[in-house]
Design a binder for this molecule. Structure first.
Ligand SMILES: [Zn+2]
Length: 269
């Protein structure tokens, strides 16, 4: 008797289930609010304060392989590598020691649509982390020797990517789905472009894309929004290093994958 679910029990079960349903609004009640500020130079600052002892803070830049062409494909990723090779203020060793002494973590990644530089650190070091992030993207030395050395690193990275089936599949998927558009190209670019990459190519890409209006400074964890805005104001105040070239208008990328897939299905049946 007791093992069977009686009508009454089902009703109480329904009630129980209904009582657990929460609205979209309710699910956000305990989330800290996201605070956003846009600086005069166009840089957007966003933060979410959870009161944690640590914070993750980073720069999300509208720069990736989608903003490249057939002559500079791979430049966004190349720049990501160069950011860790020293700036006008700090050598590569200084940078590494500084991060290590803060017990922090500094990293970056390049996707098709974004280049991201971020740090994880104690909340007390938020201002310092913002200063370092601003320095590596605005004052990167882009030394000729380091550029040459990095070409070898990137070519080796390409070999690794080629042996990673998941990466290979996604590159093929993009090349088919977005044929003839910049989204169809790879993030690392072809080796012939990497081999002939020059300081001027990197500088040009920075001058067009690393501009405040294309950057979001975002932080989550133990972060005071006003403190973050102040740090952004101090470290991204100057726009003199940025070129006033017109920001490129992104052309829509034609999706060709569906047509391709349908053709395969039709052929199959
Ligand atoms: Zn890389």
């Amino acid at each position: 008797m007791t093992s069977e679910c009686s009508e009454g029990k089902r009703d109480s079960c329904k009630l129980h289930c209904n009582s657990k349903k929460v609205s979209y609004k309710q699910t956000h009640i305990n989330f800290p609010p996201t605070q956003c500020t846009t600086l005069e130079n166009g840089l957007r600052v966003a933060s979410e304060d959870s009161g944690a002892a640590t914070v993750t803070v980073g720069l999300w830049i509208d720069a990736g392989s989608r903003y490249e062409n057939e002559n500079n494909n791979g430049v966004a990723h190349f720049l990501e590598h160069m950011a860790f090779k020293g700036t006008a203020k700090r050598s590569q060793t200084d940078l590494e020691l500084e991060i290590e002494n803060m017990g922090a973590h500094l990293n970056a990644y390049t996707s098709r649509e974004q280049t991201v530089f971020y740090a994880k650190c104690l909340k007390e070091d938020l201002t310092k982390a913002v200063e370092i992030l601003a320095d590596i993207i605005q004052n990167s030395k882009l030394g000729e020797q380091e550029i040459e050395r990095e070409k070898g690193v990137i070519l080796r990275e390409m070999q690794e990517v080629e042996s990673n089936l998941q990466e290979v599949v996604f590159d093929h998927l993009h090349s088919v789905a977005y044929q003839g558009t910049s989204l169809g190209r790879t993030i690392l670019g072809p080796s012939k472009i990497i081999k002939r990459m020059k300081k001027q190519d990197l500088e040009k890409y920075i001058s067009i894309h690393y501009v405040p209006s294309r950057i979001v400074l975002a932080a989550a964890g133990g972060v005071n929004h006003n403190e973050l805005v102040e740090a952004a104001d101090e470290n991204f105040e100057s726009t003199k290093s940025f070129c006033k070239e017109e920001i490129p208008v992104l052309k829509p990328c034609r999706f060709t994958g569906l047509y391709f897939t349908l053709q395969l299905i039709i052929r199959k049946y």
